[in-house]
Design a protein around this ligand. Structure first.
Ligand code: FES
Length: 462
């Protein structure tokens, strides 16, 4: 061995062949993985609070909000997933408005995470966020959610990313992730936008493409007029355009995100080019009805998983030995030992424990003198309105209540938006919701009358 040669260990160095997420090895290891590293395992959606720590204005009318979890934990997610966020659009203490937004940052930078929101002048939440969401504000979040994401490992990491408009946000998370990881990858990005200079994240995309030979970025202006200085593509997505940027599209995994029309045409073009449907992954960013329903289903599932996770964490902490605290007795001037202002009294170890004070259970309000309207076998009493409404077990509660003059706001009428949420003071309902209410709200006695029928007589706080 020549002098100066350094051999580290005896094992052969392994090259990372494809793309491998950093948590993959931690999760696969037989040894006890470090707790912090395990915490990064993106397995379960959780409900958590996150504080906005920075606002960044992006091109294309987007604003990036940088968050960190209030509990100090890293956010574990997979590149491409989204969060369901409760926005206090109507003010603190009022009903929250839930919306889902993709995470645009990379999970490889997990201590803060970004949500990039495009302002829709007609949109309630996006306008509110642009005007009001500032550093220091804390929001309630649920997630990560969504099956549109990069895999934990991919030995043939050859991708074609297609995006239109704000559909770039989950794609941006994927590009950033790949850029921060070692390993072989071959990424082609094709972004559709309307105005040169208005493509979201383009300065960063340009930079990444200039320093990372694995990543190539193309832009197209769609149907708009092409200025003389424009060097990118023009026109809608076409087979010719796909073939030009990715002649080997058949052989790549395709991730596409954008409006419905764009994705429908992408699916057809890719099929025509021989790309197998199983290699194509899509996400609508502007929700048509079907997509919203799919989102809501995922969120309902995520909520139940989050509840289970929270319970198992509680169980874990409860099973831990109590923290040892040094007892420091206090002395008064006469020398008597006192603890917390109460004299200590010697008690035999087997002395009976006095019974707990009985809890004064709240009785439901008296509704017997309310005016009664309608016909049916079940009585719904609305205590604020002061009315009893008779209803049959198969009738939806909202319509009958509104018909009787009870003021309950409602938008979707399908259990999605949560705008009709009311508190039930007594009785049982059968609710068939689509994500408009959270599990803990149901536990707290709330329900959505638009998608509920009465099982028993009800007393409602409305
Ligand atoms: S009206 Fe939307 S959940 Fe009831």
């Amino acid at each position: 061995m020549s002098q100066g040669t350094i051999v580290v260990g005896t094992s052969t160095a392994q090259r990372i062949r494809g793309l491998e997420m950093p948590w993959n090895r931690v999760l696969g290891t037989q040894d006890q993985a470090a707790t912090a590293a395990k915490a990064l395992g993106p397995w379960h959606p959780q409900e958590f609070l996150a504080e906005c720590v920075q606002n960044i204005e992006e091109a294309g009318g987007l604003m990036t909000f940088v968050f960190r979890r209030v509990d100090g934990a890293p956010l574990a997610f997979r590149a491409g997933q989204y969060l369901n966020i409760a926005f206090p659009v109507y003010g603190e203490g009022e009903e929250m408005v839930d919306r889902s937004y993709s995470i645009s940052s990379a999970p490889t930078v997990p201590w803060t995470f970004n949500v990039s929101i495009k302002r829709d002048p007609k949109g309630l939440v996006s306008s509110w966020a642009h005007e009001n969401l500032r550093p220091g504000m804390v929001l309630d979040m649920l997630g990560p959610v969504g099956a549109f994401h990069l895999g934990d490992s991919d030995r043939r990491a050859r991708y074609l990313f297609l995006s239109a408009g704000a559909g770039i946000t989950p794609i941006m998370s994927m590009v950033r992730t790949i850029h921060t990881l070692p390993g072989q990858a071959d990424v082609i990005v094709l972004c559709h936008g309307t105005v040169p200079g208005d493509f979201a994240f383009w300065p960063e995309l340009e930079y990444i493409a200039s320093v990372d030979p694995r990543i190539e970025v193309h832009y197209s202006l769609g149907d708009r007029d092409k200025p003389k200085s424009w060097k990118g593509f023009a026109g809608r997505l076409s087979a010719k355009m796909i073939e030009e940027v990715a002649p080997d599209a058949n052989g790549r995994k395709v991730f596409a995100c954008g409006p419905e029309g764009y994705l429908n045409s992408a699916a057809e073009l890719l099929r025509g080019l021989g790309v197998d449907d199983t290699s194509v992954f899509m996400e609508f960013f502007s929700g048509d009805r079907k997509t919203l329903l799919e989102y809501q289903k995922e969120i309902v599932l995520a909520e139940s998983i989050a509840e289970e996770v929270a319970e198992s964490v509680e169980e874990f902490y409860e099973s831990q030995p109590p923290e040892l605290v040094m007892y420091e007795p206090e002395y008064d001037e006469t020398g008597t030992i006192e603890a917390g202002g109460q004299e200590l009294v010697a008690v035999a170890a087997d002395a009976p424990v006095p019974p707990a004070e009985p809890i004064d259970e709240q009785l439901p309000p008296d509704t017997s003198n309310f005016e009664t309207v309608g016909e049916g076998t079940i009585t719904m009493s609305f205590v604020r309105t002061g009315i009893n409404v008779k209803i049959n077990p198969d009738q939806k509660i909202l319509g009958v209540a509104q018909g009787a003059g009870v003021r309950i706001g409602a938008n979707c009428q399908e259990g999605m938006c949560g705008s009709c949420k009311v508190v039930k003071l007594a009785g049982e309902v059968n609710m068939n919701h689509q994500g408009g209410i959270r599990a803990r709200e149901i536990t707290a006695g709330k329900f959505l009358p638009c998608c509920s029928t009465a099982q028993t007589d009800l007393i409602i706080d409305a």
